[in-house]
Design a protein around this ligand. Sequence first.
Ligand SMILES: C[S@@+](CC[C@H](N)C(=O)[O-])C[C@H]1O[C@@H](n2cnc3c(N)ncnc32)[C@H](O)[C@@H]1O
Length: 286
Amino acid sequence: MNREDYNAIARYVFDICGIVLGDDKQYLVEQRISPVLPDLGCASFSDLANKLNLGGINFLVREKVLNAITTNETSFFRDEHPYVAFKEKIMPDMLERAKERKDRPWTRRGAKVSMWSVAASTGQEPYSMAMIISDVINQRGMGLVLMEDFGILGTDISSKVLAKAMEGKYGPLEVARGLTQDMRNRHFVKDGDFFVINDKIRKIVEFKAFNIQDSFVQIGSFDVIFCRNILIYFSDDAKRKILSQFYQILAPGGYLLLGSAENMYNLNNDFAPERYGATTIYRKHA
Ligand SMILES: C[S@@+](CC[C@H](N)C(=O)[O-])C[C@H]1O[C@@H](n2cnc3c(N)ncnc32)[C@H](O)[C@@H]1O
């Protein structure tokens, strides 16, 4: 692929999803796009670059490029420590919120404690959150607080990973990453060699397509946001815009967790960072 073709593809990717492909990503782009070139109706990278330069790209081409170019790496309880913070620091507050909202029955539908997994990929992140919610409710024997008092929205831009997330079916290697045998037994049902998320977990998690570069006006309001391992792909301007929108849609005292390699340095001063173990929890003022 020559430099001009690369620039045309990188520009297109930036326009559709905000991912910044620097000068050193040529090899990665070649590796990921070449298998789908025939599906895109292109015989070469130059063909694709010409098509993109002409504009008027149809939905199918956009989907195929997005599915090929995004990095969807994930695992259950990825990095472990954010989930410890979620369980020990955030969940006690969420149980209180759930109880308080139940005491105000007139708020009914909007009363759920709501959480958002912004870049949910194949679903391991929102399902890990739901497993913790289920375990905490069972361990505490809270009586009044139930699974259905919680709702988790998982979003991603890639239709391919969302389809897998919705299916909630994982192979032996995927469940071996991050899950103990006991968790597998409690939260999954076996289907041949595969493990399928059980109904109790599944019923509080819903998925939908969402481009995080778009306005958040329609997305709702949340008590907890997990936005992990996605901001690293964006420009500082895009990060600023996204973080300030998170601040707006979080409930007072709400929590935001970023990936281990991500932080708000030079990007946002609204949130109050709090350390819990190895995790930085960003809080909206109450
Ligand atoms: C590396 S995965 C992170 C998965 C999970 N959050 C974790 O930490 O394990 C990044 C995900 O971000 C998604 N993504 C990339 N650009 C996006 C955008 N503009 N809007 C929404 N999702 C996007 C990709 O499709 C990919 O599934």
